[in-house]
Write a protein that binds this ligand. Sequence first.
Ligand code: URA
Length: 331
Amino acid sequence: MSAAYRQLLDATIAHLEHLDAQGVRSVPVLPATLAALTKRSAPAASVPARAIAPVSSPASPRPVAPAPTPGAERRLVSPRSAEPESFAAAFEGDAADFAARPAVVPIPTVNPLADKPLPPRLDPASKVLAFAALQQRVLACQQCSHLVAARHSVVFGVGDPDARILFIGEAPGADEDLAGEPFVGRAGELLTKIIGAMGLGRESVYIANILKCRPDMPGGAPGNRKPRPDEMATCNPWLHEQIDLIQPEVLVALGSTAVEGLLGGTVGITRLRGKWQSYRGIPLMPTYHPAYLLRNQVISEKRKVWEDMLEVMEKIGLPISARQRGYFLNP
Ligand code: URA
């Protein structure tokens, strides 16, 4: 498969995933296009099937996590039960049906901020002041006049500014716009469950979005739209400054728009998820957006996200119980 064809395929997959994320269930395709696609895909037999469609394969055993380093649990282990709850518990015992992980997928970096090194960490008192000052500046942002006109609030972010994990979503939806807090709607509830399944509390991580304002809808129509590249580019410096201050050990990009906002590129989330990337020297784990899991209530998809979270936990030395390791696998 040529690089150009691969790029086109990735862009198509990314576009379809985005439509899927918006609830679109079918797309019109001209018969001629379909015929051309069928013809063009004939040599694809030599392409790893995983790149085109998930295939079923038994889960390979995961390596056992190294013993957590002393102090590794700082702030993160929730005082409540370290055993996860409903995200996994509701599905425990179901058979896993998920694809083997694809090989490392390089992504072309087009975000000019993505390679900027982190500044030195601030001392705690200066950090508190700088974080509050940044929040004030973000809340007063007027750069995108169309978003300013439509918004109820600027959704800065929520959680612990000293968090070790920073979850990054796409943009506020209607619920978040009203609440002024990211991930408070249905997708947010699921994200909170996932964080809980990791043995953490929502307050011990940090959650932010690529865009701080809700993307406006034509005529105030319901629903959501994907942030445009110009909007992402305008807003990106705010997240950049948040990362300057938080300096998390790991970033989790939720969905293709988050990956695109951070790294740029056209590689679809289906190929990227589960494969460590790097943003400003910080390990970045791309995974599916919780809204995708809400629409695809399939154990195999939940397991994929859970595998990605296990990777994140291993990366920073969080303790992982046998029960956690086995979520969505056979009993
Ligand atoms: N989806 C997102 O990507 N971010 C939110 O804050 C809510 C839903």
